[in-house]
Design a protein around this ligand. Structure first.
Ligand SMILES: [Zn+2]
Length: 193
């Protein structure tokens, strides 16, 4: 028996693993970090967490975390310029073959979460060696959907993605960060990847 569920909308999913929980509460996110509304169990939401190592520590620590409801995710995406969206899409296509990745990662009956988020989806390097990285996941109810997400993106790839963003989009995301996050990595632009 496979340890993931395929029945659910015909998309493979697993129970939300702890790494996608809120570290503030040690439980799954239950509110959208942007609008504050309770997350609806019938609507997809998105969780992103960033981890970084300080100079003195060997272990990664949480830099920020948030959940976005589908409406806020949509309204945030609308703020990105067409140019930025196209560039990011092309960048991903260049490095990631989603169909191939899914085939490989879902070919065994066992889901090894580390094979999804243990390496940067772009560079393929282990995130344990990175100074900073982010992980992203799409969640419906108590299920983590296994598709393009979950993934990890390394600092290097985040820098490259930033280079692809238009000035308009960069300004918007800077504002987004300042508004919602106490401490943000300079390199991290959430939700665009
Ligand atoms: Zn929201």
């Amino acid at each position: 028996m496979a340890d993931f569920d395929n029945d659910f909308l015909n998309i493979p999913s697993i129970e939300v693993p702890k790494v996608f929980f809120s570290e503030k509460t040690n439980r799954p996110f239950n509110k959208c970090s942007m609008c504050g509304n309770l997350l609806n169990e019938f609507e997809l939401h998105f969780v992103e967490k960033a981890f970084g190592k300080s100079i003195n520590s060997k272990e990664h620590e949480l830099i920020f975390e948030y959940a976005l409801c589908s409406e806020c995710l949509e309204s945030t995406r609308e703020e990105l310029s067409e140019e930025s969206k196209n560039n990011i899409e092309m960048y991903f296509k260049l490095y990631v073959d989603v169909a191939e990745r899914n085939k490989k990662l879902l070919s065994k009956n066992h889901i090894d979460l580390n094979s999804w988020i243990g390496k940067c989806i772009i560079t393929g390097k282990p995130v344990s060696e990175e100074k900073e990285y982010v992980i992203g996941g799409a969640i419906l109810g108590n299920r983590l959907i296994l598709n393009v997400m979950p993934y990890a993106v390394s600092e290097k790839a985040m820098f490259e993605i930033q280079e692809l963003l238009s000035k308009k989009t960069k300004d918007f995301l800077d504002g987004f960060q300042k508004k919602f996050f106490r401490r943000m990595s300079e390199s991290a632009y959430p939700m665009v990847a």
